[in-house]
Design a protein around this ligand. Structure first.
Ligand SMILES: Cc1cc2nc3c(=O)[nH]c(=O)nc-3n(C[C@H](O)[C@H](O)[C@H](O)COP(=O)(O)OP(=O)(O)OC[C@H]3O[C@@H](n4cnc5c(N)ncnc54)[C@H](O)[C@@H]3O)c2cc1C
Length: 411
């Protein structure tokens, strides 16, 4: 039986992650009644998981550089960050009693490197401001007359608020609540959605059994990865099927698009960034006497472990006998990736609700009173605090959008 809520809230927000909670804050601050619904038994689960990695809240680089991180979506994200900048995000956290610091890479973290204290303080403040939370409420779509359908432990209910914000997240780590099940629901309503794709994800290479068994889980420390105009020094990890980690995430959007276009993508690794190719070739050409090539590589160049494993895995055996060819491989080892890891394993999602169907307050123009915010919008960014900053800022924009819309249409 469908229970109809007798006193619907003025504003319903579905999704209690950073974007939905920020929207709830803005709306409650203007004195409007707002209820937040979430499928999970507790709120902000992905935010808490981000806290396990230290909670990289935002980045301290100048705004102009910060905005470049959103790539093609800069025009859409820029107004959101002009209204809620990375510095304002840090000030906001401080308002909750959470001091932040700038790490050596320019990334910004809470002093405690955790999400839980921030989330606890925030939920306390939202409750005090009158925000009502409904957990274990899974949104199922709309009834024929446009009410929101929820599955709850007591059965299905329907709610008809004046305005709704969807802040349902992307499709990564679905066990934390954001499973992308909203995509067909919005499409059925005529709302344009670009398919969700893995972003900041790992890739499959297809290692030999020997390499996989010996090196899966090993970090490759300090290599330079080059792909098209991308070149960066960093670290990554060998996985059972391929590669993942911060250096791979940074180039993941480009690799993903190359694979989509050509079925594979080949990047180059410089395994000895501090030496020139000529220096490497010269060292390799020195007589090695009775020493094995492995101990020659280690004693002359400091190359060992997983880096030598990568060379053995990917360089033709004949090239090992030729110092020039081997030096070329050490300075530009070709690694071919043939697929992304599944969306469920990715840090974030690309794709989502198309900006063309939204106004500047993030309202779906075809469905007046329906707004969207957070990772479910069609944008992506690398790790570095850009994801959370974008989610908070879009939550604020949608909250402001609702307030304006309610004032204009209902008063
Ligand atoms: C391992 C990991 C580490 C990360 N670390 C960082 C980091 O350090 N810095 C950073 O910037 N970003 C990080 N991110 C990304 C960041 O956590 C997300 O981009 C951000 O949480 C998205 O916020 P959101 O509010 O849009 O969605 P979410 O946080 O995903 O919240 C969406 C909410 O909607 C609810 N929901 C979904 N569908 C329904 C439904 N049908 N009915 C009811 N409720 C529903 C979910 O339960 C969830 O609570 C990390 C992500 C992962 C996976």
């Amino acid at each position: 039986m469908l229970l109809i809520s007798p006193s619907p809230p003025l504003v319903a927000i579905i999704g209690g992650g950073p974007a939905g909670l920020m929207a709830a804050e803005v709306i409650s601050q203007r004195g409007l009644p707002v209820h937040v619904y979430d499928a999970m038994p507790t709120l902000g689960r992905k935010f808490l998981l981000a806290g396990k990695g230290g909670l990289n809240l935002t980045h301290s680089e100048p705004l102009e550089q910060f905005l470049t991180r959103y790539g093609d979506r800069r025009p859409q994200i820029e107004p959101l960050l002009q209204a809620f900048s990375p510095q304002e995000l840090r000030d906001w956290a401080l308002g909750l009693g959470i001091e932040t610091f700038v790490g050596s890479s320019g990334r910004v973290f809470p002093m405690e490197m955790k999400a839980a204290p921030l989330l606890r303080a925030w939920l306390r403040r939202l409750r005090a401001a009158g925000v009502v939370f409904h957990v274990r409420h899974r949104w199922l779509g709309w009834t024929a007359d446009g009410a929101l359908r929820f599955m709850t432990p007591e059965g299905e209910t329907a709610v008809s608020p004046a305005a709704t914000i969807l802040a349902l997240g992307g499709g990564s780590w679905p066990r934390l609540g954001s499973d992308g099940a909203w995509v067909p629901l919005l499409q059925a309503r005529g709302i344009g959605v670009a398919p969700l794709k893995p972003a900041n994800c790992g890739f499959d290479v297809g290692w030999s059994d020997y390499f996989r068994q010996k090196f899966a889980g090993e970090p490759v420390k300090t290599a330079v990865l080059r792909f098209a105009d991308f070149a960066r020094q960093g670290e990554f990890v060998i996985t059972e099927t391929g590669v993942e980690g911060s250096l791979i995430y940074a180039v993941s959007a480009r690799l993903r698009e190359e694979i989509a276009a050509n079925g594979r993508a080949t990047f180059r690794l410089d395994l000895l960034p501090d030496k020139t190719e000529a220096q490497v070739a010269e060292s390799l050409a020195k007589p090695r006497g009775s020493r094995s090539l492995s101990s020659h590589l280690q004693s002359r160049l400091g190359l060992k472990g997983v880096k030598v494993g990568l060379l053995r895995e990917l360089v033709p055996a004949a090239d090992f006998a030729d110092p020039t060819r081997l030096a070329e491989a050490i300075k530009g080892l070709s690694v071919t990736v043939v697929g992304t890891r599944p969306l469920a394993e990715a840090i974030s999602s690309a794709g989502g609700v198309l900006w063309a169907g939204l106004d500047e307050g993030l309202m779906v123009t075809a469905v007046p009173g329906l707004f969207c915010a957070g990772e479910m919008l069609d944008w992506e960014a690398p790790t570095g605090g850009y994801l959370l900053t974008g989610c908070f800022a879009s939550g604020k924009a949608a909250g402001e959008g609702v307030v304006k819309w309610v004032e204009e249409t209902l008063s």
